[in-house]
Design a protein around this ligand. Structure first.
Ligand code: PMP
Ligand code: GLN
Length: 381
């Protein structure tokens, strides 16, 4: 069989998690919490798992009750007109399915898709599987903020879509209203669509806010905006996310979604609907994660790592040039084996894995996990 993605290996998250398990290392590589979802949510799932009538296919676009609550939450949280649950909201199998379905819905062979790099590992391969051409624009250390002149230079008559990710994985960079306004101006004369991956929407720190593409009306009318209950509810294994998009775009997304997964696990959607109305959980997430970020940064001061700023998401990127001159893949493996702490090499987020000299730590971990990891890193150097 001739591979459709001959240059793509196993995802770095799988590779590093497997190595962590083999070495008994603390896994700060793959992004997932080592604590459980709110008890109200797991109890709700247990209840719905035993409820007659909640065990069969959910409606293709998602449970209406859940979509109505997503609509209310979005309107209240972002002070935007409520998206129509019937025509503008689709529940998906994680943001992953939404990303793939949007790309399958809009990218035709030869279409260009602008990707700001570093980028989440599925973007490039998923674009290429549609026959699309990823056009990469660099985000540069230490802040990884987009240079909109470079984005303007990358736009062409073939640009079908631009992909945004704020707060950003792996760097934590956050887009500002000025960024969104500049992008709106750039796209005004074009038919280019926007895919905005906002899975870390509730993880922005230091009193700053997440600025959703939904709050920029000119962008919102041409955008697919994605979120993930996995991130917001410490439940990455539940694989439930959603996409908000204007009716015409949603209709195209659903053409794909109906044949990709058809619908998402029914009891899980009921459980999420039971808790989504209570805003307290996600309103307390910024303080919850900022505490972890700051604790981890404090602990890391007595190691040889130099931390980059982390305004959002739950990842900490660090330089290690005071510890080693190895490339970041080699160093990540060494750190896992020798220090007992698994990390992700940042070059895994680039289409050509040239060494970035950076590694990514996930700090969505219990305090005791962060303390043990830091102790191991302090011993390492
Ligand atoms: N986009 C980004 C930027 C992510 O970090 C993740 C989580 N790994 C996803 C999408 C996928 O989200 P989900 O787990 O809901 O499929
Ligand atoms: N999004 C998570 C990360 O960046 C991992 C997702 C995955 O394992 N596919 O670490």
């Amino acid at each position: 069989l001739v591979s459709k993605l001959p240059d793509v290996g196993t995802s770095i998250f799988t590779v590093m998690t497997q190595l962590a398990q083999e070495c008994g290392a603390i896994n700060l590589a793959q992004g997932f919490p080592d604590y459980d979802p709110p008890q109200a949510l797991t109890e709700a799932l247990a209840r719905h798992a035993q409820t007659n009538g909640h065990q069969q296919y959910a409606p293709m676009p998602g449970l209406l009750r859940l979509r109505e609550l997503i609509s209310e939450k979005t309107a209240q949280h972002y002070h935007v007109p409520a998206p129509d649950p019937v025509t503008e909201i689709t529940v998906t199998s994680g943001a992953t399915e939404a990303l793939y379905a949007v790309l399958a819905a809009v990218v035709r062979p030869g279409d260009e898709v602008i990707v700001l790099e570093p980028a989440y590992d599925l973007y490039g391969p998923a674009i290429r599987l549609q026959g699309g051409i990823p056009v990469y624009v660099s985000l540069r250390a230490p802040t990884f903020r987009p240079d909109w002149n470079e984005v303007a230079a990358a736009l062409s008559p073939s640009t079908r879509l631009i992909m945004l990710n704020s707060p950003h994985n792996p760097t934590g960079a956050v887009l500002t209203p000025a960024d969104l306004a500049q992008l709106a101006e750039l796209l005004r004369p074009t038919p280019t669509l926007v895919l905005s991956d906002e899975v870390y929407e509730h993880m922005v720190y230091d009193g700053q806010q997440h600025h959703s593409v939904l709050q920029q009306p000119e962008l919102a009318e041409r955008a697919f905006v994605l979120s993930s209950f996995g991130k917001t509810y410490h439940a990455t294994g539940w694989k439930v996310g959603y996409c908000i998009a204007p009716p015409a775009l949603t209709a195209e997304l659903r053409r794909i979604h109906q044949f990709l997964t058809f619908s998402v696990s029914t009891p899980t959607q009921h459980a999420l609907a039971d808790v989504l109305g209570d805003a307290t959980h996600y309103q307390t997430l910024p303080a919850f994660y900022q505490h972890k970020r700051d604790l981890f940064a404090d602990l890391m001061r007595s190691t040889g790592f130099d931390l980059l700023p982390t305004p959002g998401a739950y990842f900490q990127v660090a330089r290690y040039d005071r510890l080693s001159s190895a490339d970041d893949y080699t160093f990540a493996q060494r750190l896992t084996r020798e220090a007992g702490v698994a990390v992700v090499p940042v070059s895994a987020f680039y289409h050509h894995t040239q060494n970035q000299g950076l590694v990514r730590f996930c700090f969505a971990k219990r305090e005791e996990t962060l303390l043990s990891a830091a102790e191991r890193l302090q011993r390492f150097g």
